[in-house]
Design a protein around this ligand. Structure first.
Ligand code: ZN
Ligand code: ZN
Length: 52
């Protein structure tokens, strides 16, 4: 495994994989984590988080 590879998005409600050195998969996650709102479901629109 490569430590410079992909890791989970830093937003706790998000399930996306992110390529280093990014911490978040999207601006949505960066903003959502920054405001510390309690989110049950990520809404970044990426496939791992998509709502039916
Ligand atoms: Zn997400
Ligand atoms: Zn994310």
């Amino acid at each position: 495994m490569n430590s410079q590879g992909r890791h989970k998005c830093a937003y706790s409600a998000c399930e996306c994989a992110v390529a280093a050195p990014e911490s978040y998969c999207s601006d949505y996650c960066s903003d959502a984590d920054g405001v510390r709102e309690t989110e049950i479901q990520c809404d970044c629109k990426h496939t791992p988080c998509a709502l039916d």
